[in-house]
Ligand binder design. Structure first.
Ligand code: ATP
Ligand code: MG
Length: 425
């Protein structure tokens, strides 16, 4: 049996890496005072048609749809925002007094795409959504989250692209200008672009096939069509990013793949030589209007979604070593079956006092056990023979210096407290 195409298994070092990064995300989100949310990985198909939009590729071509045994049309979520917005509305979070509502999520998403490096059919996203504030502070804060996560991880080659689509009025004026621009040459563009021209011309700018054509480069930019209010909002976003010392580039080509964006849109790209084509590490923006579309009261929203696998690829491309635990503190060796229960108790005491510890489950001989201690990178080895169980004086060996200690069972935690501190300095 083999795994489905476009999926991957997590085990070994990869598992440690993933848990380490997820821990950092959790710590970071606590510092930002965001609330953790987790919504189902399948939802009624209609949610994505309404929420993500009828004309986006992820809804028209990439969803995993199924009919359940109750004949309901269901879809494995292709992205996180629609479900979070559904939950926001259904649980009446909009009625809270403590606006804005700031939430974060982490979990698998599903898209039926052609698998390649950095592109999977099941992949994970870390994302946030902030509801209920139109302040540009929120736009800048949301951009700062992935940027700070990359910084904490030590990732250097990143480029932050920002743009503004403006409010409804600005978008409408821009749409007309785009139609004028592309109409005479629409026959020279790809089949998808012809379709986009009819349904949502803005999406043409997001095309990967026609990207290098001259007509794309000369297209009008959204920035030129911002009305005063939209322009002020964008100026504020830039001012707040500067206040945080975040380098950005205003890139008119960033329009984002989804239907629901207004005002700020952004993407963080990997700027690492030889990184490959799938170099967009995360993207997001403001979506005033989405909550209403999903059946809630008119509420502003801003969010981003970050590709977890591409983040790990970027860390690997920069040869960044993550400082996750590669050692354990103690390995317990009972000399025979008679000492197992006693050793098991010592092991539990260590584990419950905050130490990482393991025991011999294979009844190895003493030499084999020392090899196992090395394989597990154990800092200390605790040897328990008949003598030790009788006297309650344990034999503990420093596995690096080979120094040996006799420690009374009652003082074993004190011993580890003192000696591990010494080891670490
Ligand atoms: P792309 O242009 O690469 O297809 P997208 O615009 O479809 O990306 P979003 O919907 O904005 O992507 O998703 C946010 C992030 O999730 C992306 O920037 C990327 O890092 C990641 N991502 C998207 N699709 C995949 C996938 N199939 N496999 C792995 N990561 C993905
Ligand atoms: Mg895509």
């Amino acid at each position: 049996m083999q795994k489905p195409k476009g999926t991957y298994d997590v085990f070994g070092e990869r598992g440690k890496k993933e848990l380490y990064i997820r821990g950092l995300m959790e710590t970071l989100m606590n510092k930002y005072n965001y609330e953790y949310v987790d919504t189902p990985i399948f939802e009624a198909s209609e949610l994505f048609h309404r929420g993500v939009g009828e004309t986006t590729d992820i809804v028209t071509k990439e969803t995993y749809d199924f009919v359940d045994r109750g004949e309901r049309n269901m879809t494995l979520r292709p992205e996180g925002t629609a479900g979070v917005v559904r939950s926001f509305v259904e649980n009446k979070m909009y009625a809270r007094e403590s606006m804005p509502v700031k939430v974060w999520y982490f979990g698998p998403m599903f898209r039926y795409e052609r698998p390649q490096s950095g592109r999977y059919r099941q992949f994970k996203q870390f994302g946030v959504e902030v509801f209920g504030s139109e302040d540009a502070l929120v736009d800048a804060e949301v951009i700062s989250i992935p940027v700070n996560l990359y910084k904490i991880l030590g990732l250097k080659g990143i480029k932050v692209n920002i743009n503004s689509l403006g409010d409804k009025e600005s978008r409408e004026n821009y749409r007309e200008a785009l139609i004028k621009h592309f109409e005479p040459v629409i026959d020279t563009l790809c089949e998808d672009c012809k379709e986009r021209f009819k349904k949502n011309p803005l999406r043409i700018l997001d095309c990967k096939i026609d990207a290098d054509k001259e007509i794309m480069k000369t297209a009008p930019t959204t920035i030129d069509y911002l009305n005063d209010e939209s322009r002020t909002h964008f100026e504020n976003v830039k001012k707040y990013l500067e206040a945080l010392g975040i380098d950005y580039v205003v890139n008119p080509r960033v329009v984002r793949g989804l239907d629901y964006y207004t005002h700020t849109v952004f993407e963080v790209e990997a700027d690492i030589p030889s990184f490959g084509a799938q170099n967009v590490l995360c993207g997001g923006g403001r979506y005033n209007g989405l909550v209403e579309q999903v059946g809630g009261p008119s509420t502003n929203g801003v969010g981003f979604a970050l590709g977890f696998e591409r983040l790990i690829n970027a860390l690997e491309a920069e040869n960044i070593e993550l400082p996750y635990e590669k050692e354990i503190d103690a390995y317990v060796i009972p000399m025979s079956d008679n000492e197992k229960a006693y050793g098991f108790d010592v092991l539990q005491t260590l584990r419950m006092s905050g130490f990482n510890a393991d025991i011999d489950y294979m009844s190895r001989k003493i030499g084999g056990n020392f090899k196992q201690a090395d394989r597990l990178n154990s800092k200390f080895v605790i040897i328990i023979g008949e003598e030790e169980t009788k006297s309650n004086i344990l034999t503990i060996k420093n596995n690096r210096t080979k120094e040996e200690y006799k420690v009374s069972k009652e003082l074993v935690i004190d011993f580890f407290d003192d000696n591990l501190e010494k080891e670490e300095h």
